[in-house]
Design a protein around this ligand. Sequence first.
Ligand code: DQQ
Length: 566
Amino acid sequence: MARHSPSSLLTWLLFLLHGQFPPANQPYRTSYHFQPLQNWMNDPNGPMIYKGIYHLFYQYNPYGAVWSANIVWAHSTSTDLINWIPHSHAIYPSQPSDINGCWSGSATILPGGEPLILYTGINQKNQEVQNLAMPKNLSDPYLVEWTKSAKNPLMAPDNTDNINASSFRDPTTAWLGPDGKWRVIIGSEIGSSGMAVLYWSKDFIQWTKAQHSLHSAEDTGMWECPDFYPVSGTGADGLDTSTIGPGVKHVLKVSLFDTKHDHYIVGTYDIVKDVFIPDKGSEEYKSWLRYDYGKYYASKTFFDGAKNRRVLWAWINESTDATIDVKKGWSGIQGIPRQIWLDRSGKQLVQWPVEEIEKLRMNQVDLPGRLLKGGSMVEVSGVTAAQADVEIEFEIPELEKADFLDPNWSDPQAICRQKGAPVRGGFGPFGLLVLASKDLQEHTSVFFRVFRHHDKNKFAVLMCSDQSRSSLLLDYDKTTFGAFVDVDPTREKLSLRSLIDHSIVESFGAGGKACISARVYPSLAVDGNAHLYAFNNGTQSVRVSKLRAWSMKKAQINYANERANY
Ligand code: DQQ
């Protein structure tokens, strides 16, 4: 029988008896993921860098741990994307065009360096309209105060188009064409077709709706939080959002309201026709890829000119229901910001936690390379397993005995669900057991399986995150996630990195070609009672060529200090 430490037992007793976590003992607060001190947070808004300071705004309910329509833009700044200082709310309902809520939007840096924000306001008639906000004082690098255009709203659905006033939101960062016109897209739907409504402007104030959309797709429903940006065909460097030209591809990302998943399409931007053309094979919604095959929504990128990279933010929601969120007094975190670039194949994106996160690493532990026999595991001790960064690499020299891939298996998540960590295959499952209790009653398993295609000497690599045994006491959504990873196991090692932070496991397969984020709420594997293992539950041995882990320091996130300005 598992043993609770006295403190975790007390936490659970208080929670069960009084329906509340004691304020000083919050087992699910994260230590290095961005979150406000309390209350509800959802989408990242207007991320940018201005005068060397990173800004993150976010959808925030100042009054409670659940979403509310009259939401505001809360604001924090950082010099390293890891430690954050809170500021007063930047944008909040104050004029007829946003009196019922200030919803998501984006920042654009004008050629002279001035940042502007376009955001969705919910007006006095509860319609979605687009508004402009600008900094009050450009010499303040923290951009604490914002003012709104007297001309708001700048864009509103009118009767001449079919756009419904409740499906017209989330303006992107604008981009400037060689003709001197700004372009911006707004998420929408007509019938069941999702759509990126395109607007043009010469001065950022007068906006004209184009007769055509930048792109649309049947049966995808409402497109929330679109994002549209160029990527280099030749490396990991990021590009300013207005970049076009040879060697540049474009990415359109949409957050599908119906499925709550972020999908992206790689393609070409035709600046003359002002349309986005998906690459061959990516036309159909079913072929669109996802940034993350776990929980990851309403994401937004920005170009970080200081480090020449494109950085991705996203909201990672709780897996608990609202009653639990209310009891713990908060809901929602942001994923660790990721650098994002086009893979050498040109077919997909690659994501990797920004390098700054490595500043938090301490107590490095290296396990010598070893053969991990089928049915064995090894503990990674010496790190704080509830707050850790771990990297592991597997080699499979001989794949003769790989199981065949059933040609009917096209849905990776369904395979992961059917074949959870206890189901033994030939090669796999092998990977990491994280947030595990000593007796393994509780654990989350992140692992690979390798299959052989029937007709060819080709292999398919599946990556899974199985949450089904992640908690004994708390009931929540423990859906198993899965993705195919585009990697050839006969030529490359299979690498896995997991960022573990109390109630989140963010995993990166094959150097960031497939990512899975999961929320888990263990009752035993809490703080010092959490363990970390490498495991192989396949019948065949695999070689672990690298196993390196670090404890992670706590980041300074949103603690009020002398700059705080509530
Ligand atoms: N969240 C915002 C909307 C957006 C949605 C409202 C996506 O602007 O469409 O909080 O999570």
